[in-house]
Design a protein around this ligand. Structure first.
Ligand code: AMP
Length: 210
């Protein structure tokens, strides 16, 4: 199954991508994680993306399109994949179509902006494997240590309040139009993000069966 997860930053796409990944045994491809890894490694791609990411802006379409185009050719995508954080603009969605990529379902996780701001301030991510936690809603067993790989969990630079507001503005302006785009294809399923992560997961897994 080829899936897209849509939703504002902090709507829980990454967490739900992990749940689907375990459930369907297909890889979750996060452009955000790929870019953060490039940044950490100090590659040319990372350097190019840094100022956009730090400011809460989108990295130029051609950069992320090239990343996804290459990633989708890897053998682990043969039986399906979950796109988490891509596409984020209409031209990115059009590029995916132009690559001839079939999309089976688009799950949009809806969370009000006030909730997002509250959630992102408590979010922590693993520096090593990218797993996502929340200080209140989904703490790691040992504070600051990733349950999955033992890496350090830290606050992302772009989860600071001013940058979060910018990311939300960018989301509403550039990413939200994708709901219309995929509504027209009949593939869109809207899931209301719940207080409990596991309740959202239940709705997401149900959306896969719909
Ligand atoms: P994320 O972890 O998905 O919230 O992504 C973190 C940051 O990476 C975003 O704020 C953007 O700067 C950049 N980014 C990730 N995915 C995309 C994309 N599809 N298009 C443009 N920029 C992206």
């Amino acid at each position: 199954m080829n899936l897209i997860l849509l939703g504002a930053p902090g709507a829980g796409k990454g967490t739900q991508a992990e749940v689907i990944c375990d459930h369907l045994q297909i890889p979750a491809l996060s452009t955000g994680n790929i870019l953060r890894e490039a940044l950490k490694q100090g590659t040319e791609l990372g350097l190019k993306a840094k100022s956009y990411m730090d400011g809460g802006k989108l990295v130029p379409d051609e950069v992320v399109i090239a990343i996804i185009k290459e990633r989708l050719t890897a053998p682990d995508c043969e039986n399906g994949f979950i796109l988490d954080g891509f596409p984020r603009t209409v031209p990115q969605a059009q590029a995916l179509d132009a690559m001839g990529v079939r999309i089976d379902r688009v799950i949009d996780i809806e969370v009000p902006d006030e909730k997002i701001e509250q959630r992102l301030s408590g979010r922590r991510v693993c520096e090593s494997c990218g797993a996502s936690y929340h200080m209140l809603y989904k703490p790691s067993a040992v504070a600051g240590v990733c349950d999955k790989c033992g890496g350090n969990t830290v606050q992302r630079k772009d989860d600071h309040p001013d940058t979060v507001r910018e990311r939300l503005a960018v989301y509403h302006e550039q990413t939200e139009p994708l709901k219309d785009y995929y509504e027209k294809t009949g593939k869109l399923v809207i899931v209301e993000g719940q207080e409990e992560v596991s309740d959202t997961s239940e709705l997401v897994l149900k959306a896969l069966r719909a």
